[in-house]
Design a protein around this ligand. Structure first.
Ligand code: FAD
Ligand code: NAI
Length: 478
């Protein structure tokens, strides 16, 4: 007999698995379909999508290991801790990363069982619609099963974008998947794309000893960040030894006996060859839709391959929603999760919404970069009258004590109402500090609200308060 569910979620990444759990909490019978694109020791699908298997979680494990190595090698001597002959066992580091991934992905398996979510193993594609519901075929190997659901949430995520003449083999020329699995630090690493992945992975392998060259097509560095943050980041990263070349055009990448040779033209029009042992291609990601057979339910993708949705993630087909990387908006795990919760609550008759204006961004470099809200250049372009306050971490005792006092926090507020419009951080623990700013903006707080809130001393959060005070020229420690 055909299995029937109230809600079928396609894809068990952060968008899909969170949507499934919230839908169960709201009383629906829920199935989630996932195939197995990742190496799984037992053949079972590894849940958690890109985020847990080949994205956020493994990458942050490598960030932590490589930062620890760099600290012991270069920074602990300043504390009076002398360690000689520091070495790194990359295989051990990778094993630690794998253990974290396994723990997290099996944790989601546990959550599925706890919440009685039916896991359908295989690849889903639409088969049409009857009066009973939406028909979806699940295919695994040569087996095929049809299920029917009243509502379907598409959460199929994204995959790396490819560029012509640079063929990824995930051995020498790698996307994020291969670049997370190097078994030794390359001597020379090339990276195409100075975006989030390029900077995070480039920094990991630089800390572990690689000479890293990043080739970026755009003439400016980190264009989506506030310009003062991009300037500071560029200065600090170059000082660390990341070679970043802007305004380049990539030609052919050829595998050679020793590695790979990439032809590129620089911003002056001169031709070059970059020889390296490994090359990472990180030029953005594209949505996963090609095998969904969207036409069977009357849907098609837009010109960039995304599934068109409205503000509440409803597609043009009744009862079918799409969330996360497969739809417009930033490709971030927390965005996918929030959209998953929103859709589940919408199906239950609630009136949820996602506030895209207070969604934080983080880049896990050293130091970290994080922001929420508008950049100064956006406010200028909008002709908005705003005030700005800034405080360096170097003025903070806790940052100095930690030996991590690079960077600053900048706050932007409306010149008339004092409402916080944007907060931009480059500095240690920016990923955690930004949460205060996101919360403040969600409550539409004024900079005065943060300035008058007692913050713990000594703590990095005092830098946020000083930035708020600086808006009104009354910083106390500057
Ligand atoms: P995904 O996580 O891609 O999950 C989609 C799932 O659907 C996959 O498991 C896939 O197998 C499955 N699927 C696809 N098609 C089908 C089908 N037809 N049938 C069944 N199943 C299907 N974001 C952050 O917020 N913070 C970070 O620090 C961060 N770091 C990242 C680092 C890297 C290297 C990368 C690549 C990404 C990173 N991201 C980060 C982005 C984040 O991983 C994605 O935004 C997030 O995973 C998107 O979630 P999703 O549920 O939409 O899709
Ligand atoms: P990205 O969009 O961040 O950066 C891609 C970069 O490649 C851009 O700077 C772009 O100008 C450049 N580029 C594009 N085509 C090029 C070409 N032909 N030659 C040279 N440069 C070229 O994409 P990335 O780094 O691949 O990451 C994909 C997504 O994954 C991100 O947009 C982000 O949403 C997510 N992610 C999030 C992280 C986080 O939240 N910390 C970490 C890693 C990824």
């Amino acid at each position: 007999m055909t299995k029937q569910f109230d809600v079928l979620v396609i894809g068990a990444g952060p968008g899909g698995y969170i949507a499934a759990i919230r839908a169960v909490q709201l009383g629906f019978s829920v199935a989630c379909c996932e195939f197995n694109p990742y190496d799984s020791p037992d053949g079972e699908p590894r849940l958690g999508g890109t985020c847990l298997n080949a994205g956020c979680i493994p990458l942050k494990a490598l960030v932590a290991s490589s930062e620890a190595f760099e600290n012991v090698s270069h920074h602990y001597a300043n504390h009076g801790i002398n360690v000689s002959d520091v070495t790194i066992d990359i295989l051990r580091m990778q094993k630690r990363k794998e253990d974290i991934v396994t723990r997290m992905t099996s944790g989601i398996g546990f959550l599925f069982r706890k919440n009685k979510i039916t896991l359908l193993k295989g690849r889903a594609s639409f088969a049409g619609r009857t009066e009973v519901g939406i028909r979806v075929t699940i295919r695994e190997n040569h087996e095929e099963e049809e299920v029917v659901a009243q509502k379907v949430i598409i959460a199929t995520g994204s995959k790396p974008r490819q560029i012509p003449n640079v063929k990824v083999d995930n051995s020498t020329i790698c996307d994020n998947d291969g670049a997370l699995k190097f078994t030794q630090a390359p001597k020379k690493l090339g990276v195409i794309g100075a975006g989030v992945i390029g900077l995070e992975l480039g920094s990991v392998w630089r800390r572990l000893g690689a000479e890293v060259t990043i080739l970026e097509v755009m003439p400016s560095f980190l264009g989506s960040a506030d310009e003062s943050i991009s300037r500071e980041a560029s200065k600090l990263f170059q000082k660390q030894g990341l070679h970043i070349k802007l305004g380049v055009r990539i030609g052919q990448a050829k595998i050679t006996g020793e590695g790979v040779s990439v032809a590129y033209t620089d911003d002056q029009g001169a031709d070059h060859l970059l020889d390296c042992d490994k090359l990472i291609v990180s030029v953005g990601r594209v949505p996963n839709t090609e095998q969904l057979n969207l036409e069977a339910v009357g849907l098609q993708t837009d010109e960039r391959g995304f599934i068109p949705v409205n503000a509440q993630c409803a597609t043009a087909a009744p009862g079918i929603y799409a969330i996360g990387d497969v739809v417009r908006g930033p490709m971030l795990a927390h965005k996918a999760e929030d959209e998953g919760v929103m859709v589940a609550e919408l199906l239950a008759g609630q009136k949820p919404h996602v506030n895209y204006d207070t969604m934080p961004w983080v880049i896990y470099t050293t130091p970290e970069i994080a922001w929420v809200g508008k950049t100064e250049q956006q406010l200028r372009a909008e002709g908005r009258d705003y005030k700005s306050g800034q405080c360096p971490f170097a003025a903070n005792g806790r940052a100095l004590g930690l030996g991590d006092a690079q960077g600053f926090i900048k706050m932007l507020a409306d010149a008339g109402t004092d409402e916080i419009l944007g907060v931009h951080i480059i500095g240690t623990s920016a990923s955690d500090l930004i949460a205060e700013a996101a919360l403040a903006m969600e409550f539409r707080a004024a900079s005065e609200d943060i300035a008058r809130t007692c913050h713990p001393h000594p703590s990095l959060s005092e830098v946020m308060r000083e930035a708020a005070l600086a808006i009104d020229n009354r910083a106390l420690n500057l």
